[in-house]
Write a protein that binds this ligand. Sequence first.
Ligand code: SF4
Length: 349
Amino acid sequence: MSDKIIEVENLVKYFPLKAGFFQGKTLGHVKAVDDVSFSVVPGETLAIVGESGCGKTTIANLILRLLDPTSGDIRFKGQSLTDMSSAATKEYRKNVQAVLQDPYGALNPRMRVGHIISEPLEVHGFSKSERETRVRDALTAVGLPDHVGSQFPHEFSGGQRQRIGVARALTLEPDLIILDEPVSNLDVSIRSQVLNLLKEIQKNRQISYILISHDLATVEHMSTNIAVMYLGKLVEYGNAEGVCDDPRHPYTASLVAAATPPGTTPPWQTPIVGEVPSALETPSGCAFHPRCAYALPKCSNEHPPLTQIEDGRFAACHLYPDHIGSIDKHAPVTTNTPEVLTTSAGDID
Ligand code: SF4
């Protein structure tokens, strides 16, 4: 058996863009996920970070089997999802749970909290007494008293609702939880409470997390490794501290600079400019080149593969290995061709 919980290999997801009254004509494809590979080991948190439209939520939906990949493979404990029998698929759905972004929309307003949390147990055939025990344990794990089980979601604050969402994900004792922007809809004051709770639960139960976020500052203290995505591709991968304190890809450096508090000098003086280009017409070569202050002549026509630049650190950038030493990371920044930055990838996340 594999020592990895999940392995994603050369994953591709293209969405066809249809036109015409019967949608019969294919105009092109939106490359939401384009040749992405990574793995997660038990007890690890992998954060997948990038702007809206980079493909991070599509990866979450592919792992949750809400979408089928165009090509590539996802393996759970060594077994490919495409080879799973229906019994193995049911077991997989039990072992991989999700906590969604919107704590208001994720809970059925007509169901009592106890029923919301026990519903996955009913689906998987647990007895009544087992359900009651597990619901109590899950509520305790997220710091809520037993009696909230008889209340309705509207009686709770956003932070408490997100705790209920976490409790629901925990009842089946999963090996992996996908956290899709779990705190972005919450007040700043309670974000750290929810993140600390998730960390505590992980420590106690050895659960792996895949944390989807657009915000590097949010994921830094929570993650083991960080994968940075841009327009469907991984552009940087490494341990969380290294990626946040010493980013290697200009796009990551821009995200770090954007998250740096006023009065503090970021590792690269690289403000992020412009919008993400359309995923229908990704720029040639390095897709980041229209927004990159350090672009080389070959960046506009030669795609940089994700390459190991040192132990445990990967970047997809032509600056490595020969040009990185000659750039000034603190020079005033100019950008290349702002006219291509007019369309956004929109809601393909
Ligand atoms: Fe910038 Fe070129 Fe590196 Fe892309 S490959 S990030 S355009 S320097």
